[in-house]
Design a protein around this ligand. Structure first.
Ligand code: IPE
Ligand code: IPE
Ligand code: MG
Length: 481
């Protein structure tokens, strides 16, 4: 089975803005689902959001978020009467449709709304209609549509209406929705897996427009089920609805490819590798740096999206100064010589750790390469002057400065690379079987693979052995399944 990511897919600008806006609120009520994604709803619930279906359920004076689907004027009026603090996350495309309905009504035109009358977006649009005029044959009407419909279907309906009426049609299917539909229609493989929630209209539409077999999944359990059902197929496209978080898409693709999304390496054994050859330890580090470049390339070819490497720990400052200085020079040299290949291979570099401990010139080089590669999706996270305990302490201090109690989710966001998913697999070379202060928070549920191979000797075959070992593990994460 060959997994192909369909482009574009996933969150549109309107949904992203709605989610960002909602995430900034505290003690808020959300009228209806903010967007139709169970993953987003769960995340907001974990931040204390309460979801209501009627504005009457919101206590007077509280903060209420209007969902991306928009609300009718009567709901706005009621919110004002109740003294609610309104945060309006209505998608701009939906807001445009509302304006169109109002303008049609002001011009005295009867209004036709094309869409599912049970969908909140359509209810909101219908609520804008004032005057309630009935269309007359041959007369002029205003037409708007639910923004997540199939664009072709809307065009056909408008054509039908044109037979009997003079049609003023202003709003249209949302451009992001249309682009996602077109990409799905163009895919000519054996099957498409559509990721998103069942109650998401635009996600359902993606299923309808596909020209091949369709599978759907709204959770990782369902992705695994779909993977088993699709076993033996040739080309499988993966797409996601406009309200589906990219993190879910990434995890699903990795699961389908049966590779971990994120692999972390404790690159150990450089010193012994050099000593066995009767050389200075720094030779081992130089050889280790070469291995690192190869490992990043091998991981990329296998579809692994995040690679984290432990390059220098907070405890490594205890080593003789010459070794520490040599390593800092080596990092600086690597940044110079490898920046081009990171750009070429579209890999984003991030360095995490106590950056203040590093020489200023090295810090500047790091920042330069981080800026240069900032837009890329694949990531190489290099831990320098990094300690798992230091990271937790730094996060704790930020929480104290903020003056708020933390939850696991909010604490996670204070760590060095909050948007990088936890490692699925940690590989340690050189025969040591310990964690040595690496990613203490992030590895709570990671799988570990230990190998006696020294890091400079770590080969493509050793990587595959580690990945095979990982794929044979049954990750229960505390459950019983
Ligand atoms: C790991 O190799 C790299 C760094 C800590 C910088 P070591 O330098 O720890 O090598 P050994 O463990 O002494 O062989
Ligand atoms: C861990 O290796 C740190 C890195 C690989 C950068 P160490 O060699 O420093 O760890 P210990 O001393 O064996 O625990
Ligand atoms: Mg070591």
């Amino acid at each position: 089975m060959k997994i192909e990511e369909i482009v574009p897919h996933g969150m549109c600008a309107g949904v992203r803005a709605a989610v960002d806006l909602a995430m900034r609120q505290r003690d808020a009520y959300c009228l209806h689902s903010l967007v139709h994604s169970e993953i987003v709803t769960d995340e907001l619930k974990s931040r204390g959001f309460r979801f209501v279906e009627d504005v009457e359920e919101v206590p007077d004076g509280a903060v209420v978020v209007f969902s991306a689907h928009g609300v009718s004027p009567s709901v706005r009026a009621r919110a004002a009467e109740k003294g609610l603090k309104v945060v309006d996350a209505t998608c701009p495309v939906v807001a445009r449709a509302h304006r169109a309905v109002r303008e049609f009504c002001e011009r005295g035109l009867p209004v036709v709304v094309i869409g599912d009358p049970a969908h909140v977006e359509v209810k909101g649009l219908l609520g804008e209609i004032s005057g309630g005029r009935t269309p007359e044959k041959g007369g002029r009407i205003g037409v708007v549509c639910q923004t997540t419909l199939d664009a072709g279907e809307v065009a056909r309906r408008v054509e039908e209406l044109r037979r009997d009426y003079v049609v003023d049609s202003v709003s249209d299917v949302c451009p992001a929705t249309r682009e996602r539909q077109e990409a799905v229609r163009a895919f000519d493989g054996d099957a498409i897996l559509v990721l998103g929630s069942r109650d998401s209209a635009n996600t359902r539409r993606l299923c309808e427009v596909a020209r091949c077999r369709v599978f759907t999944a709204g959770s990782m359990e369902e992705v695994k089920k779909a993977r088993d059902q699709m076993e033996g197929l040739g080309r499988v496209g993966v797409t996601s609805g406009a309200s589906t978080p990219e993190s879910f898409f990434e995890s699903a693709v990795s699961c389908l490819r049966r590779v971990p999304l994120h692999v972390a390496f404790i690159m150990d054994g450089n010193g012994r590798w050099a000593q066995r050859r009767g050389k200075e330890r720094i030779f081992g580090h130089v050889a280790g740096a070469r291995t690192l470049s190869r490992v990043v390339e091998w991981c990329g070819r296998r579809g692994i999206r995040y690679v984290t490497v432990y390059a220098f720990s907070t405890e490594n400052w205890r080593r003789p100064k010459a070794e520490g200085d040599g390593l800092m020079r080596l990092f600086a040299k690597m940044l110079k010589t490898r920046a081009g290949s990171l750009v070429e291979n579209r890999v984003r570099l991030r360095v995490v750790g106590r950056r203040g401990d590093l020489p200023e010139s090295l810090r500047e080089s790091i920042e330069r390469v981080e800026r240069l590669t900032a837009g890329f999706e694949r990531q190489l996270v290099v831990c320098i002057s990094y300690g798992g305990r230091a990271e937790i302490v730094d996060a704790a201090n930020r929480a104290v400065e903020d003056g708020r109690k933390v939850t696991e989710e909010s604490f996670r966001r204070l760590l060095y690379a909050p948007d990088v998913p936890d490692p699925d697999l940690v590989v340690r070379t050189s025969g040591e079987r310990r964690v040595s202060n690496f990613l203490l928070w992030e590895c709570a549920y990671s799988e570990y693979h230990f190998t006696d191979v020294l890091w400079p000797d770590f080969s493509e075959r050793d990587l595959d052995i580690a990945l095979d070992d990982y794929s044979s593990r049954h990750r229960r994460r505390g459950g019983v399944a």
